[in-house]
Design a binder for this molecule. Sequence first.
Ligand code: B12
Ligand code: SF4
Length: 474
Amino acid sequence: MRVRMILPALTEATSPLFRPIKYSLFPPLGLATLAGYLDSADEVVISDEHVEPLTFHDEPDVVVIQAYITSARRAYQIADGYRARGAYVCLGGLHVTSLPAEAAEHADSIFLGPGEDTWPQFLADYRAGCPRPRYQSRHRSLAGLPPIRRDLIKRQLYLVPNSIVVSRGCPHVCDFCYKVAFFKGGKQFYTQAVDDALAEIARLPGRHLYFLDDHLLGNPRFAAALFDGMTGMGRLWQAAGTVKSVLEQPQLLEQAVASGLRSLFVGFETVNTANLHDQRKYQNIGRDYDAAIRRLHGLGVMVNASFVFGMDHDGPDVFARTADWAIRQGVETATFHVLTPYPDTALHARMTAEGRILHRDWDLYDTRHVVYRPAGMDASTLEAGYWRAYRDFYRWGSIWAGAATKHTIRGRLRHLAYAGGWKKFEPLWDLAIRSRRVVHALPLLETVLTGFGRHRPGPETARPGGQSPEDLAS
Ligand code: B12
Ligand code: SF4
């Protein structure tokens, strides 16, 4: 059987003029996972449109397309083209799960939810000549996964080829998140066996890993055993976790750092507590955000703080308040989003009931455009404020100010290199992307993550008014 697997991209990622580095970060892990279920006799190709133009001269038997909301239109276009040429088209992924009826018009089979149970079932049905039009995932488990087909990934096209997920979902239920919609009909949070996760890590070449798990610390027992197993492997890694897990898991963070954690993506989401109640982001309510950052910096872990603008209690002052707070805290990188009601989420249901959804142009559901009527300001103020927050946070003056909160020269340099590296050298990233050798920049990322070769957990935040002995020695 000939199988073509495609991760379509949104238009911006395919621009001939300028391509942001974020689209060349991670390989298509979901598709490589599904490819693992194919037989050795099957011919399979994975194409990621984020990193190379797609060509359509092939004649596959089965085409597998993964659709995110922002790439749904492109996914349907590709699907229609292949169906017209007689291929059997399978559509799956987050957007398909949110809107199955829409996707079904463009596919022979659609797949709802994670694919680890439905995909092997489809393969058996297809080979037996009786594939079904719709597969709904119900049996959620990561036990006995076949090895991910990383050999099908063109590693040189990605800055972070070693992305990995050792769990699925998250124990929380925030109203704006894709998670509840995607995992409905079965377990919402589950992990691999620790030994399987460690075996997958051991298979990855090099040093650097990026865990794409929604919440790597979501199951503390699993996480503790994982970090224990990773200690001594010489890895250097980045991941995502919650404010709560940073503050309330004694020793877990220390274990993570001992096993190589150097930067954590944290969903702070909003500086207005009332918003947290509205969005059922209970795990953030009443938590001391400043203390969470101090704890991370104290262990030498850089912070990628994530924020969402446009919740109902946000007024026009929210942008400056948020960016200023993050700069004052010495946050290294920040990711801002315009609130986006993804279909089939609780947020989307609420906005629909209130008649606030402006349109269903999925291309614009990219967390940069306003697609609903905000409560505390008009849509143009929200969009302008979102862009201003990015500009304010990443201007050199702010990067210097953030770096100045660090306690050591090395800490300051690391802050400058990391924050500046992502946002101030976009033309250089663009060149690296064009040379098709982005992976050559990975040693640079590793050097910055280690703080230029030496990582010494310790107080990274300056005490008011003083230099430390370490500072003078650096
Ligand atoms: C890595 C990532 C990216 C990468 C690219 C994707 C990649 N290379 O895989 C980059 C950085 C480029 C990216 C960009 C964006 N992303 Co993104 N990204 C992710 C992230 C963190 C992890 C995805 C992943 O690898 N998961 C692990 C693998 C194993 O799971 P999987 O890919 O979902 O695959 C499984 C199933 O989906 C299913 N499946 C998928 N396809 C198919 C097909 C068939 C036939 C079958 C049977 C099964 C199946 O089976 C797989 C195995 O279980 C997710 C968060 C998340 N947890 O999903 C957000 C996420 C997918 N991103 C999101 C968004 C919004 C974006 C951006 C718009 C952000 C922005 N403002 O720039 C852009 C544009 C995306 C686009 N291309 O249109 C949203 C999508 C919301 C939605 N409803 O679609 C998510 C869910 C984040 C969030 N919490 O909101 N992203
Ligand atoms: S904590 Fe993060 S991943 Fe989990 S439900 Fe909330 S937004 Fe989604």
